[in-house]
Write a protein that binds this ligand. Sequence first.
Ligand code: AMP
Ligand code: AMP
Length: 340
Amino acid sequence: MNRPYTIATLGSHSAMQILKGARDEGFKTLAVANRETERLYRSFNFVDEVIVVDKYSEFMGLLPELEKRKSIIVPHGSFVAYLSLDEHKAMTTPYFGNKAVLDWEASRELQRDWLTRANIRMPKQFKTGADIDRPVIVKLYGAQGGKGYMFIRDAKDFEARTAHLKEEFTIQEYIIGVPLYIHYFYSPLEDKLEIMSMDRRYETNVDSLGRIPAAAQEGMDVSPSYVVVGNSPVSLRESMLAEALRMGDDVVKVSKEICGPKGLFGAFCIETIITPDMQYYIMEISARIVAGTNLFIDGSPYSYLNYSEPMSTGRRIAREIKNALLTNNLAAVLDDSSVL
Ligand code: AMP
Ligand code: AMP
């Protein structure tokens, strides 16, 4: 009999969701954990095996072990945080997703080019501080989870607060509106895009400044920060869903032109801010499962419409892999570097 495949991932971010989904779809499951998280992952009965490393950067050394277990790697946010682009590309272990997308995602310029071609509205970008003519947000390169971002009122404020910065950064128009993160899944097997769920982030301290009246803030030395600590669910005005789907469709369509032929497939997220005239502005795209989907391990109102059973994004990934195996088409859902 054929040995079953194992779904393997790093023990953090959305690993519980991914591995629970994998188990529900009949796969064996493996978490690579560190000393602090080992106990957590061992405590769940849907995790078949836990391999412990001292640092997540040791993941590359484990690939032969994973291959012995017939593993398929499902990447999440920690993979881009803890492994380099080169390491991603060096892996030949079966990998869910298209690594060619990584270059387009990692470079803010390429990402902008991609989204512009998909007819997506983005905040204006400023090249230098002198060009600033409105409030902006300064984003440090490589910053994770909004750390170190700065809200800046004008060119003078920019001079004063960025002079000491050593890191590279981008300057983006600050959009005043509500942030909404839309989680999609594109199935290459069915050529179909689904909206899985959506969330808003809970960020400290920007999400609490509104609790202090503006008049009371005057003279206080407090500026907004954007460090993410959690997520909460949102359902969108139904009339705005059609445009959400349109944006996702066009992002996938253009991805097939720029990093084709497979393009972007599987889970992805577009991070939007919606203004009072109900326009979406896109801050960023994330080309894999995002942590906001953890709210919906039991499914979301949107995934229920399609499945009538609990369908998390993690489970949807496992279902796609399963469907690929059942139709003898595993290569369609893996990066082309995958040696089967
Ligand atoms: P962690 O596993 O917590 O170290 O997170 C790995 C990466 O995912 C980091 O870049 C985090 O900033 C990001 N991340 C973790 N949790 C969330 C979340 N709830 N929302 C958005 N990003 C997150
Ligand atoms: P990001 O790293 O792009 O996911 O951004 C992290 C957080 O910074 C977002 O969730 C927003 O709260 C805030 N943010 C990012 N870009 C903008 C923008 N152009 N205008 C207003 N807020 C922003």
